[in-house]
Design a protein around this ligand. Structure first.
Ligand SMILES: [Zn+2]
Length: 473
């Protein structure tokens, strides 16, 4: 059974969703005012692996990850550049989706705040009507933290002295720890109409609204980076439990550890970020995914060239294992007999499978799961390649496919369409045509063919009388 650490209870608990087999996940997404950095990649990869593993366990998963497309930082950037806020957000939303695509991260719904203003206004109105929120003379709305008795429960901050937030509104709100649900418009800011006048939503309210719209009033797992526990998630929890009048609003709180660089948290405010668009110039996204998974999701992960190098080598080894197994599958005769040694290899594959799943069941222990994947590649190169046996090859190949459902790094190599075979034959044909030109010493044409293939990502390696080709993905 899957066990997950729950930030609310502070212990590792068996995962029992509210309505099995449904598993509903909400993960806090980005505020789109700059390019995605490696810290974002880490958090969203962790959420993706959680989603994948729940699916592998047979749950009917629905995942939601919001996009904050209106916020102080976005408005500031727009003013700095002298453009409207949506010019900024569409630029960085593109960058966000580009990162998700490259990293093979899948999310079902990506709700944007500016498309949910009506629902946000409704939610805030309900909180005012039930006495949990108040309107200020300027037309802003604040959550009255003192009206909700469980504040501080998630973050473990139980002393009012630790709750201070949003200091810039101290003169407007009743208590230093109340937080904004609706912010009255300031000159030069984008705004929407509301019963309290022109304004825009506060940050925390959007996640309560968009999660309940798509996942209902109770959620199985709510996640985000560890830095969101306070005040963001504490506030989301307060306003949602206040409105829906049941607890717990979220059954399991899932928080991802920091990505550090020189032992400091990677963040825009510290100015030490490595952008995703820059790192993928030298590191394959699949290798980056493996590197992220080489640490447990709750521990800090230190950015290092060495770590990325190791992950790149691991990725090459996995790709090599897949292509070796595929090649052997097409060449080897069906098995009619297994000798004692082969029976032993068969058992070792079973042990690898069992250990992989028990590591994943143990609060998504991906470093241990990866070590089992590595062990599987050792079996491929040590036992199967020199003495191929169809039963073992098929078993190992299916196992690697299963593991990839969780890791998500080998799709390009495992899944291919029937047209890929045709592409292979056509490339072969071009390689032969080129060879004929070479035989005739027509190097101009043969070089031209080689260069054109290279432009398509197909690399030729010439030997004395023939050429080999590889697709460099
Ligand atoms: Zn959120």
């Amino acid at each position: 059974m899957l066990k997950l650490y729950n930030t609310l209870s502070k212990v590792v608990e068996p995962f029992k969703p509210v309505n099995p087999p449904q598993a509903k996940i909400y993960f806090c997404g980005p505020t789109v005012y700059d390019y995605m950095h490696v810290g974002h990649a880490r958090a969203y990869i962790a959420a993706d692996v959680l989603r994948r593993y729940l699916m592998v366990k047979g749950y009917d998963v629905l995942s939601v990850q919001n996009i904050t497309d209106i916020d102080d930082k976005i408005i500031k950037r727009a003013n700095d550049e002298g453009v409207s806020y949506d010019v900024i957000t569409s630029r960085y939303i593109d960058d966000y989706f580009d990162m998700l695509n490259k990293l093979n991260i899948k999310v079902h719904v990506h709700p944007r705040v500016t498309a949910h203003i009506n629902e946000i206004v409704e939610f805030v109105k309900d909180l005012i009507d039930s006495g949990y929120a108040y309107v200020t003379p300027l037309g802003s709305v604040y959550f009255n933290v003192d009206s909700y008795p469980y504040y501080g429960e998630l973050s473990g901050k139980l002393d009012r002295g630790e709750w201070g937030q949003e200091d810039e509104f101290l003169s407007e709100k009743r208590r230093p720890y109340d937080f904004a649900l609706w912010k009255a418009v300031k000159p030069g800011e984008p705004y929407w109409e509301s019963p309290w006048g022109k304004g825009r939503p506060g940050w925390h309210i959007e996640c309560s609204v968009m999660s309940s719209k798509y996942l209902g009033s109770q959620i199985d797992i709510h996640g985000g980076g560890q830095d969101l526990i306070f005040p963001h998630h504490e506030n989301e929890k307060a306003q949602s439990e206040a409105r829906f009048n049941h607890r717990p609003w979220v059954k399991y709180w899932f928080h991802v550890g920091y990505l550090t660089i020189k032992k400091e948290k990677m963040s825009k405010s510290l100015g030490n970020v490595v952008f995703f668009k820059d790192i993928v110039r030298s590191v394959k996204p699949e290798a980056l995914r493996l590197w992220v998974l080489s640490a447990h999701y709750r521990t800090p992960l230190e950015f290092s060239e060495e770590g990325l190098d190791i992950a790149s080598r691991t990725y090459s080894r996995l790709v090599n294992a897949v292509s070796t197994l595929k090649k052997l599958l097409s060449e080897v005769e069906p098995t009619s007999y297994l000798n004692d040694y082969e029976m032993m290899v068969l058992r070792s594959l079973s042990i690898i499978k069992e250990r992989f799943y028990s590591a994943m069941d143990d609060d998504l222990n991906t470093p241990e799961a990866l070590s089992q994947v590595y062990e599987l590649t050792t079996v491929v190169f040590r036992d199967l390649e020199p003495k191929p046996n169809y039963a073992l090859i098929l078993k190992a190949y299916m196992l690697l496919r299963e593991f990839n459902e969780v890791l998500g790094v080998l799709d390009k190599h495992i899944y291919y369409s029937p047209s890929d075979e045709l592409v292979g034959k056509l490339v072969e044909l071009l390689v032969n045509v080129r060879q004929k030109h070479r035989d005739l010493k027509d190097y101009e044409t043969s070089d031209w063919i080689r260069n054109e293939l290279m432009r398509l990502g197909i690399k030729l390696m010439d030997y004395r009388d023939r050429s080999k080709w590889v697709i460099e993905l």
